[in-house]
Structures are given as C-alpha cells and as structure tokens.
Design a protein around this ligand. Sequence first.
Ligand SMILES: NC(=O)c1ccc[n+]([C@@H]2O[C@H](COP(=O)([O-])OP(=O)(O)OC[C@H]3O[C@@H](n4cnc5c(N)ncnc54)[C@H](O)[C@@H]3O)[C@@H](O)[C@H]2O)c1
Length: 407
Amino acid sequence: MASSVQAQLLQTRPFQFRSSSSARPTSLRCICSAAAPSTKRSYSITLLPGDGIGPEVVSVAKDVLLLAGSLHGIKLDFQEKLLGGAALDATGVPLPDDTLSVAKQSDAVLLGAIGGYKWDKNEKHLKPETGLLQLREGLQVFANLRPAKVFPQLVDASTLKREVAEGVDLMVVRELTGGIYFGKPRGFGTNEHGDEIGFNTEIYAAHEVDRIARVAFNIARKRGGKLCSVDKANVLEASMFWRKRVLALAEEYSDVELSHMYVDNASMQLIRYPKQFDTIVTNNIFGDILSDEASMITGSIGMLPSASLGDSGPGLFEPIHGSAPDIAGQDKANPFATVLSAAMLLRYGLGEEKVADRIESAVLETLNKGFRTADIYSAGTKLVGCKQLGEEILKSVESHVPAAAAV
Ligand SMILES: NC(=O)c1ccc[n+]([C@@H]2O[C@H](COP(=O)([O-])OP(=O)(O)OC[C@H]3O[C@@H](n4cnc5c(N)ncnc54)[C@H](O)[C@@H]3O)[C@@H](O)[C@H]2O)c1
C-alpha cells in the first residue's frame, strides 16, 4: 500500500508553475491523516537561517511567506532557531537539542544554509555540516526532491547552449538519510602497511531503496512518465542491490518507463542532452553531486529549491545552495531559491496550494520585469541586490499575475 508521502505524490505534479491546481491533497502532514487540502489556517514554521547568506535569503522568504499567507487568510507563526556555525558559536554544538525539538513540533521547517571558512577546520562532530545531517536524520526526511527547471527568462544565463538548455524540466529524487553519508563502519585508522586511512561505507537496506524508489516512481508517473535510476552497478555491490530492488518494484509501475544509467554516464548526459531526463532517482552521494550539476543547466544554483519529506512529521525546505561565504553580507545573494523553497513548503508541507501558486507566479513576474541578482544578470536586465529583489517579489505577490499569464 502506498505510504502517505506516496499517496500525496500520486496526486500532484511537483513544482509545476503553469497550472493553477484544483483542490488536491498536497500536504505531507495533511496526507498523514486525510486525503484533502488543509483546512487549518494557522501554522508554526521553524526558521533556520544558518550561516553566510542564509540569514539574507531566509529574511526575504519570511516576508514573502507572511505577505502571501496573509493575503489568503493564513496565519504563520515563526520560531527562529540556531543551526550550523551560528549554533556552534552560541552553544558549542551544530544542532542544539532545542532546535531539533522545536523543528519536530512545528508544521514545517525552512532552512537557509550552513557552513563557512571559520569552522572548516573543526573536528567532524563540530562541523556545521554535521548539524545539517543530524537535522535531516532527526526529522527522518528520507526523500529529497530537487527540481531543475530552466526558466524561459533565464535560458541565456545557462552555461549550456540555448538549444541544449531550453525546455529542461527534470526532477532529481535523492535518497537523503542513508548510504555513504551515514553508513558504518566509518572513520580513520591505519592499514596493514602502516598507512593512515580514512574510510566510509556505502550501504542500503531493502526498505530504504524501496521507499525512495516508490516516491520516485510516483513522481515520474505524474510528470513525463520516465524514471532513470542512477547507480554504479558495474562496480559497487550497494549499487547492484539498489538496481535489483528498483527493477523488482518496476513491475508495480508498468506505466512508468524505467531506465538505468551509471553515474559517470549520467553526469555526462546531463550536460550533453539534459532534456532526455524526466525524473531521476539516485542514492545520497550521487544525488548530491548530480543535483548540483543539474542546477547549473538552469543558470544559477541560486534558483533551485528543494523539499525533503518523510513519512510523517514536518518537511524540511531549503535552497540547494550553500552559505556562499564569498558573497555573504554583501547583499549579492539570489533569494529566489529560498523563496521557491518557501513555495514548496506551502505546497508539500502545508497543503496550501493557492498560496504556493501565488509565490511561484510572483517569482515569474519578477523575472519578467527584468530584475536580476548578479548570478543571473545579463545585458538588458536590471541588476539588483538581495534586499531589493525581495521588495520586487513582494510587489509581485501583492499584484498577483497568474503564472500562466506571467510566462
Ligand atoms: N545545505 C547547505 O547548507 C549547504 C549546501 C552546500 C554547501 N554548504 C556549505 O556552504 C559553504 C560554501 O560551500 P560552496 O562554496 O561549495 O557552495 P555554495 O553553494 O555556498 O557556493 C558555490 C558558488 O555559488 C554561489 N552561490 C551560491 N548560492 C548563491 C546564491 N543564492 N546567490 C548567488 N550566488 C550563489 C557562491 O557565491 C559560490 O560562488 C561550505 O561551508 C559548505 O559546506 C552548505
């Protein structure tokens, strides 16, 4: 039987800008109890601004959420908590207990980014990134949805030729709580030759592969009906096992066209002919790398949102970029990825489709008006900073041009 996440994904095409959806069940929390849009009008959101540009982009997304929510009669209560380097500096740990406990009790979590040069040399358990991994594990969000869609207005911002980039619309479904990032044994030691070593373990249990594959099959079914499972089954036992489980599940999804690709080839094909992909499912580490690569097709990592969902409890919504210490504090960050993550929060986390549609339309309208941060700037457009772009998005939220008309 389909789990709650899958039940939801069966009913909505993720990250679709053009269609204004009719009433459909979308909230991870809602679908845990009822297959209906949310009737709740008040939500608690945990904000984790984090480090670097995190606070700058989260501040924009918070204002956008507040305005869009209020225009639809929704009350949002924000609780801001520490994560990453900011938490290390204030409390000595990258994920304070208080942060995890407040996040777990909220309806959804919006994260900026964590990390920075200052903490790069810390021991592993005192690195900002450790806090993020602990958060994902603590919230048990095993399915990471990373859409990569080329906005018509930004085709020329892509480093690929226009004919290669135009029309790309793919979804990377990354397994998020297993594989080599969590596998044991791991650590440092000395080998039989007396050489120092570092080692990790790529390991997947059947239920971990099955649940992420089901999510991906269901997403593919609602998108273009094509699923490409990426692995390294020519070398790695963990990948051979991954492929075996995905193949076995395919019998339940005869309407989805399943293919398999080795990760080295997939990384090449993403640049050569990205339009061949509809939905990609892959493990934690390959998904991490391939989704960053896919982001560049779209022009900037500053455009891409993500949603991380589990079977129950709040989802975690965050841009796929990091804390960008090279531009932090300079008002240069592109807030679109975080604003679009806020839209995913509304759609997948709260079941508030209309508010999500409104925010996505506002992003398109702001692009149509020509406003750009430096990372997506091209001649003839208007270069603005993070704050001004935020103000322009707010104006578009207020005026609300429906997405279909905006593109
Ligand atoms: N989820 C996360 O919080 C996350 C993800 C990746 C990296 N990190 C951390 O972030 C730090 C920096 O990592 P990195 O440099 O490899 O990756 P990054 O994503 O922070 O930056 C890569 C490049 O993209 C640019 N960039 C990123 N986001 C942007 C935005 N919104 N607008 C404009 N330009 C943007 C940066 O200026 C930089 O040139 C490290 O400490 C890393 O561990 C955190």
